[in-house]
Design a protein around this ligand. Structure first.
Ligand SMILES: CC(C)(COP(=O)(O)OP(=O)(O)OC[C@H]1O[C@@H](n2cnc3c(N)ncnc32)[C@H](O)[C@@H]1OP(=O)(O)O)[C@@H](O)C(=O)NCCC(=O)NCCS
Length: 191
């Protein structure tokens, strides 16, 4: 079981009874706006959390989709994760979602920073990447604060909710993580 701590957060595996709390986040239109899914129904949220908690029991695990718990309130405020997209090359994708009541307080950045440390230091990954809709300015800002490099702007590579959309690709390598984590210019240390 994975339990990762930060100054204000606990990132941990989902348990089946977390689904109402995650549903409170992912049933919202503002949360789903730039995502590939529509606001979730209760059935979808329950199925999602069940699948995530089952992933956590896999012997050779490729998905780390973790609940984000605000420790001071003992409250699930979102989720974030790493999914191995190419295990042979040590490559994984990063994602994050936070309840709008808690936006703008650095929680996504804090959670994702801990996941980068987990990915590079414990999973020994080589490359972690993320993609996002160019209109999703808050997500772009999180990636920049984490120190990911802008690698590409893909034009109409995705068909989401009835329209073609572009994607921005961001990535960071293990050696870049080591450099930024040791250096004086780490965006996470000086946000
Ligand atoms: C993206 C998301 C996770 C960010 O969560 P968060 O906890 O608010 O993130 P942080 O507080 O760590 O950082 C957000 C940054 O974006 C900035 N920001 C927020 N809205 C913005 C906007 N419309 N334009 C520009 N910057 C914006 C904030 O000011 C902050 O930057 P700062 O620290 O330099 O001031 C949150 O908006 C979310 O859950 N969105 C819905 C799900 C989603 O889109 N996930 C990403 C899919 S790619």
């Amino acid at each position: 079981m994975v339990r990762l701590e930060t100054e204000r957060l606990l990132l941990r595996d989902f348990a089946p009874d977390d689904w109402p709390a995650l549903h409170a986040v992912e049933s919202r239109g503002d949360v789903a706006r730039y995502q590939s899914f529509e606001p979730r129904t209760p059935e979808e949220s329950r199925a999602y959390v069940t699948a995530a908690s089952e992933d956590a029991t896999q012997a050779s695990r490729e998905t780390y989709d973790l609940a984000v718990i605000l420790v001071a309130e003992n409250l699930l405020i979102g989720r974030c994760g790493l999914g191995l997209t190419n295990p042979d090359l040590g490559e994984a994708m990063l994602w994050y979602t936070i309840h709008p009541s808690y936006w703008g307080q650095g929680y996504a950045t804090e959670a994702a920073h801990r996941l980068l440390a987990f990915g590079f230091d414990e999973l020994r990954l080589h490359r972690i990447w993320a993609d996002c809709d160019p209109a999703n300015s808050a997500s772009v800002r999180v990636l920049v604060k984490l120190g990911l490099r802008h690698e590409a702007h893909l034009i109409e590579n995705a068909w989401i909710k009835g329209a073609w959309v572009d994607s921005l690709l961001y990535a960071i390598l293990d050696r870049e993580w080591t450099t930024s984590d040791r250096g004086q210019q780490s965006p996470i240390r000086h946000p």
